[in-house]
Design a binder for this molecule. Sequence first.
Ligand SMILES: CC(=O)SCCNC(=O)CCNC(=O)[C@H](O)C(C)(C)COP(=O)(O)OP(=O)(O)OC[C@H]1O[C@@H](n2cnc3c(N)ncnc32)[C@H](O)[C@@H]1OP(=O)(O)O
Ligand SMILES: CC(C)C(=O)C(=O)O
Length: 577
Amino acid sequence: MATMTMISNPATKYRPAPIAGLPDRQWPNRRLQQAPIWLSTDLRDGNQALFEPMNLARKQRLYQQLVQIGFKEIELGFPAASQIDYDFVRGLIATHQIPTDVTPMVMTQMREDLIARTVESLVGAKRAIVHLYNATAPLWREVVFGMSVEQVMQLIEHHVRYLRRLTDAHPETEWILQYSPETFSATELGVALRACHTAMHAWGISEKRKVIINLPTTVEASMPNVFADQIEWMSSHLTHRQHVILSVHPHNDRGTSVAAAELAMLAGAQRVEGCLFGNGERCGNVDIVTLALNMYTQGVHPGLDFSDINAVARVAEECTQLPIHPRHPYAGDLVYTAFSGSHQDAIKKGFAAQRPDAPWAVPYLPIDPADLGRSYDSVIRVNSQSGKGGIAFLMERDKGLVMPRRMQVEFSAVVQRLSDASEAEVTVDQLWQLFDHTYLGVTGLLQYHGHQLFDSEGEQGVTLDLSVQGQRRQIQGSGNGPIAATVTALAEGFGLALRLDSFEERALGSGADATALALVELACGGVTGARFGAGRHVNTVTASVLAVLSGLNRLLQAQPELLSDRVAESGHAAVPA
Ligand SMILES: CC(=O)SCCNC(=O)CCNC(=O)[C@H](O)C(C)(C)COP(=O)(O)OP(=O)(O)OC[C@H]1O[C@@H](n2cnc3c(N)ncnc32)[C@H](O)[C@@H]1OP(=O)(O)O
Ligand SMILES: CC(C)C(=O)C(=O)O
């Protein structure tokens, strides 16, 4: 039976990529300080990688989005290969939809009929880049084209001259040549350099006839540092360097296209070609959104506007019909969301400490989501990996409930039990319901019917009207305030060693809807651990009494016999129910 498995020694099948070997390389010591010229190839390389290439309407929609983002160079397509692309380019030119500061680019192979049709598609444009390419790497020369290096150079020379002749006949347009030695990163550097020089000279490179030399990792096959060495070598060996705009076109086969583009810029690339969210052939073109926002988070404005990144993402998804991964850098639905407890805690503290005018320094958030039109709404979500910090953050932000720290610890254990059992995210409304059920609506041995306050020899006295295990009872106590009096009434009434460890009261809501929320921490001799209780009422004293009863009921849940034993002994008058 044939087996298709990984082989034990991949060295017998795969060769490591050659390295350029650049002993005096300069790029590692440099820092990115300026945005490159961006070229969006969403409508060409991105489009040619789709199951279903974009129709005119989708191309138009994505084009408008690219202009709005601020791209000044946009590759519109391959007009000689597709009628849609041809009509699209003609339509934009005829209806004056290309802003004066935007330069359109179109691609063509080195074939006369295709070049002629390409130039025809651009007639009437104010300025245009014609992108000529041919494969230069040995594998392509030998297997795909069956050409020697010499023949490759002749192909370039002939077709660039041909393009020059055709474009010279349309002086109303400012023509720019872009030449790409396709498969550059797999090409011997000497051959790639020769191919570029051939194209530059055939075009007649000069101050007025600048050339874009675009170096692709057509198939990304080595580490980004190797590519950077190749770019630095080319940048320092190209003649007429001042008239060359050195561009890169990284693909993402190894998942390192962003790093490759960044290091290439350090190495001398002045221009980057890529697609929004990394769409493109196979594993994609370099993701321009990530590249641009990486710069932004280093304090360098990329010159592209992603202030409403969700809108850009939705247009890209609609036009390409490819979903953006929820963890996609900067744009994914989950990238401003922390589930794990320690992250939530740190983010909560970071937001609290962040001053509006200070450099951004919120742990776990490399960028302020607000800069991209994202809200903090989903920064913290709760599941079984969450801790007290995240729960407290949500309850405070969405419900206005600030819990004392020890109560956060206690409540997070309750939440943990729920999220472990449900194996799902717990929403803030579920949290609130759980809080309500745990503290406010706690049912237990003691049931509240009412209370009355009275003066008691300079102290505050209280009479509590309760049901205790179904029997109606009144008990009394006094203290230096209604809460102390309530605790005394319960302690003396049932012979409990009850102690109030903390009390806090807050307003929930505002105006006519405001209610008081009282939070107490109680301890009782004979019961391990302290328990929090909560009471909510429009009247602040009633909220406090309810909170103490809630706390005691929760204590007694752990040890109900503590009360039953005492109730039998207590001699207070019962009142008719
Ligand atoms: C790396 C890149 O992304 S490059 C861009 C690739 N994009 C596209 O190919 C999308 C649009 N392309 C097309 O619609 C078609 O390929 C066309 C219209 C351009 C050409 O179609 P066809 O003439 O039918 O050729 P086909 O699609 O089979 O392409 C292979 C031929 O193109 C030749 N070719 C490939 N690249 C080039 C080039 N840069 N210059 C000249 N010829 C080339 C090949 O040698 C091969 O020629 P052969 O048939 O004589 O052996
Ligand atoms: C730049 C062109 C030729 C390209 O799409 C590639 O090589 O990936």
